[in-house]
Write a protein that binds this ligand. Sequence first.
Ligand SMILES: [Zn+2]
Length: 64
Amino acid sequence: MAEKKILKVKCPTCKKKAVYSKENFSRPFCSERCRLIDLSQWFEEDYSIAGDDSFSIDDSYEKE
Ligand SMILES: [Zn+2]
């Protein structure tokens, strides 16, 4: 019989069990709210790390 396997993961934000399925658009988070919370945390980290604007292009790569 078609037994559906329900994969559950731990929500990285609130540590609750979240259903990991196509229906859960916020996976691996339990909800859209938790997804956004995690996302905003990443952005904050990104800002603090990339504080300096030392953006350099390695042009030594283009050698023939
Ligand atoms: Zn959550």
